[in-house]
Ligand binder design. Sequence first.
Ligand code: DGP
Length: 111
Amino acid sequence: MSTIFSKIIAKEIPADIVYEDELCLAFKDINPTAPMHILLIPKKELLNLSDAEENDQALLGHMMIKTKEIAHSQGFEDYRVVTNNGAGAQQSVFHLHFHIIGGRSLNWPPG
Ligand code: DGP
């Protein structure tokens, strides 16, 4: 089930990494939709949010808490966190990732 994101985690292909710790990695999206468009991914291979289970609570909580630090490091106070869960929701890479988007006025609702 490995994807291109596993290769980014393994540093087999380059990415513009903005944050890394033992549990997760954040890097700039190759096709940004806003001045800040970061992808935050777990190092654990989860397909998407639906693939996460009770024992992933700490990992997911850790990642949510880190979004603030990552956005602040890019100079942004306000930001949106979104995940596309499944092909019907426009998920194209099947390794869980949270888009952290900001730096422009964001519309609501999305999609
Ligand atoms: P999604 O549609 O939610 O699965 O978003 C996948 C995102 O991943 C999309 O915005 C483009 C980004 N992406 C795909 N391949 C690469 C890559 O090799 N490097 C980087 N930095 N981003 C990628």
